[in-house]
Design a protein around this ligand. Sequence first.
Ligand code: AHM
Ligand code: MG
Length: 330
Amino acid sequence: TNEQLALPVGITLDRFIMRNQEAFPFASGELSQLLRDIALAGKIINREINRAGLSDITGQLGSQNVQGETQQKLDVIADIRFIRALKNGGEVCAIISEEATEVILTGNNHAKYIVAIDPLDGSSNIDTNVSIGTIFSVYRRRSEIGTEPTEEDFLQRGNKQVASGYLLYGSSTILVYTTGKGVNGFTYDYSLGEFFLSHPQIQISQDGEIYSCNEGYKSDFSDAVQHYLEECKQKRFSSRYIGSLVADFHRNLLKGGIYMYPATRKTPNGKLRLLYECFPLAFIIEQAGGKASDGKQRILDIFPTDLHQRSAFYVGSGKMVDTVENYINN
Ligand code: AHM
Ligand code: MG
């Protein structure tokens, strides 16, 4: 059998995307291509991340690498790779990135999709070999096809997302995404250079016993949030906080739990960015049967007015998000 031979079981990401595409005979395949472009860039980033320590060593020898290019930090490299992949892929007309203030025009004005991306989230963890991730969100443009897209194209509610997902570069590398028909996870097989379906139709448990937040800021949280934290402790829940959103989110998705980044004195509107951190993960959690809230309302209902707008973020098992919301609203 396959198990005895230790062959990878399951289907490749490409085949999975293709099969889903076949289920929509009138769809043009552009979204499928876009997802493949993101997966390809993910493989490249994955390679860079795995060699990160080594490139640092070469970095100390001189400021240029073998190709004569200036050594750059990994988050900048990731940004360049993703933008290049999406430009060359041709299915995206505009991108916003955590790494850039303005909208990035790809020149593909006939493409119908736009992408919001955090190319390397949790990048403060890179130097210490802790897991990091990429988060992405796909929308249909609002402007006329053929014209130059603008900032307005990105100011859409999260519930308008066509697809969203993340790559987690952890003890293994996994790509998790949704197109609004459930959530699937694909683990990267290094030896074959392929993602294989490893986590079909992920569902989060309704309740959980893990809470994740930066408790160092506890005195800055509202009384309501502090009370909820007390409840978590009274119930002997586990506290788990990597400080890398994708990794914390992914663990809670699989095990049941809540991730919280409340408003603090330093960040009165929360720290995380709506368009490329909260919206994409909120879409995934809802597709997996969980909830995402800013404490008062559903994240996906928020209408953003700024590309880099921040929000408080409570995401995870439905009952846990309900409980913290109850504390906040009573
Ligand atoms: P970044 O986009 O600058 O990397 O910041 C986002 C990160 C998240 O990955 C993580 O959940 C959070 O910031 C940690 O913040 P803190 O160090 O304040 O707990
Ligand atoms: Mg980030």
